[in-house]
Design a protein around this ligand. Sequence first.
Ligand code: ADP
Ligand code: MG
Length: 460
Amino acid sequence: MRTPMTNNELWQSVLGELELQISRPSFTTWFSNTYIHEFSDGKVVVGVPNTFAKTWLEKKFHKQILNIIQTISQTRIREILYLIIPKTNREVVSTPYPQIPAVQEVIVSQIPSPSNASGTLNISYIFDSFVIGKTNELAYAACKAVAAKPGTVYNPLFIYGGVGLGKTHLIQAIGNTMIQQGTNPRKIMYVSSEKFTNDYIQKVKAGKAEEFKDLYRNVDLLLIDDVQFFSGKERTQEEFFHTFNHLHQLNKQIVLTADRPPKEIHALENRLLSRFEWGMIADISAPDLETRIAIFEKKCQEKNYILDKDIVVYVAQNITSNIRELEGVLNRIIAIHELQNRNPDMTTIEQIISAVRPRKAKGSITSKNILAIVGEYYGIGLQDLLGPSREKKLAFPRQIVMFLLREELNHSFPSIGQEIGGRDHTTALHAHGKISNEIITNERLRNDLETLKEKIYQIG
Ligand code: ADP
Ligand code: MG
């Protein structure tokens, strides 16, 4: 009979196999100082030296590890846990992340600057500083084309996508390009739709509506950011409609952004909606990991700051849906570095990440919050959301609510049915199944759900 392998022998064989499957730097970075802490009953506990290693093993190597352990041990493995257990009394090979005490006080400062809404362009928002990936290449190409030939290729150009994905950067890049090229000076106007609205209201109040018209109808390029805020503002929409027509007739370029496609902006006049759809519509969605890494590296370059690749990767892995947060993390890393005169350690980096994206605890979220947020997002009142109508524009958001109640709050199907207008549990079950299926193929829905979750867990 064969004597069973010790845990150490088993892990050495697993490492031997892994070494053949992954690159040398990866292997030494993520697997030095790992070992099997416990192996019994189909359950394996792998000891890892730090959180970086834990995250990588869980997220990137888990399948490989599982397969190899199963093959070598000839056992069906039910579960592998990765626990941070420093190997105190073993020979310690240099760990890639020496632990340095964290300085927490610094973390509160350095809020990343909000996107420019004051009417001037940020000179760093240029095409050259924008990293192109699969999820923004269309928007990028469209903006480039418009900057090269304003008023002729796509007019208007409408860019939509979630928060912090580069919409403002791209449309300002159009403005900056036109300024750079300007042999004859051109008038460029960049405003948020909120500022446009406020300006208009103020001028009207002051009896100076004409001034407003003169200002906005005499530009060569009009960039209006976040037009979803026009929603429900009838008089502003009317004024904007005329501004739009005026400029469009003169072949002046108009570029608009929003957090959703024109059709989904509720309480938007039809005639405005149809104009938004005249030209070109391009979307931006959350970048994949590679692109996030490239963006983070680009931001480091811009700030002349050198950061270990592993840290770059780790941050990019943990901040997935908002580039502004990536920048926030970098600013704080630099601040701490200046203070301590060295790169922050990983504990600090984790603190930075959670400080940059403070989240409500799951336990503090209620059904009411979810109903309110989904209702607002789709422009539907609570009564309609809970009501009997099966009209698609109500039924779909209702299904989203039921899906989120299940996924985020873990409510039972009968109680979800109860909460949503006293429906049967089968309705909740069906809703959950339907949305779960649809997100597999429907990218737009996936993005909506991401945005909704952002809003649900957002503080403030
Ligand atoms: P949005 O207007 O979509 O909310 P912003 O344009 O304000 O987002 O982008 C947030 C920050 O992220 C900006 O500082 C911007 O420079 C940066 N950013 C977003 N996408 C990219 C990208 N692809 N390449 C470089 N920087 C980016
Ligand atoms: Mg913006």
